[in-house]
Write a protein that binds this ligand. Sequence first.
Ligand code: ZN
Ligand code: ZN
Length: 340
Amino acid sequence: MIPAEMDAWVVARPGPIASHPLERVRIPVPEPGPGEVLVEVEVCAVCRTDLHLTEGDLPPRRPRTVPGHEVVGRVAARGPDAVRLTPGTRVGAAWLRSTCGRCRYCRRGAENLCPSSTYTGWDADGGYAGYLTVPEDYLYPLPEDVPAEKLAPLLCAGIIGYRALLRCDLPSGGRLGIYGFGASAHLTAQVAIAQGAVVHVLTRSATARELATSLGAASVGGAAEAPPEPLDAAILFAPVGELVPTALATLDRGGTLAVAGIHLSDIPPLNYQRHLFQERTLRSVTANTRADGQAYLELAQAHPPKVTTVPYPFDSADRALADLAGDRVEGAAVLMPGRS
Ligand SMILES: [Zn+2]
Ligand SMILES: [Zn+2]
């Protein structure tokens, strides 16, 4: 049965992770509203966006919010008018929590740009908890035969990386540069390699370079190093604006750089000749549509990626974020409730 209270983490005082911005609390299990379901959390993966929210790089939208938007769980109860998912169904809750469905962006299939969109773990409580409520239309049904910790990182790291790959316009068999190699990059590289791309990985972390090599990267190097050949496309996963000119300078004529992150430090001045002329393109990636999520999860079911995870007990959410901040996580950190 559903308990009255649950364990959760909240962002109590946004600030540097060393200042302990997260607080462990007991709070009531939420009630699903109209069109929502209550989801019991199996596991929640840790995304860099959680770190940005905890440290205040992204300003809080409400006080004491529970972070976490890569949730694998089961429908535990349905609110009024929720009819799509039966209790017990295994589902994934992701970053995009709702959109208006009526604005010009929603109507043209660009719901990721909806000005009224809301986000799990930012506008509403997320998955660093025993339960959360989610509008049922924004949940993804998930397979039963895959361990939850291997599914959770797909829900943001996988989906947003997939959208970034679409946004960088990589030609068939093309040369792709990947800057930064965390949870999202390690999944995206596998999609690109499976599609026949030649992938060059540029990252400061030596263990991440080893992981990239084991997944089939054609070359690995430091973040500021030049790849061995010009690139048709590149994706910047590291939240480091100084790497934008570095990456643009490695693009071949007509190449595109997509910036995958939600937060980026300032970009230094660009030089038109060195960084943009010859029709090189710089693009951002903003969240994802549900269609992106569906397409990626179908791809992942047909060709399961190797998902590298580092499990953390639920009690250690703050340590997981500190390790992410310190580049000490290989692949994706995953919170395992009930394993303290
Ligand atoms: Zn809209
Ligand atoms: Zn995320």
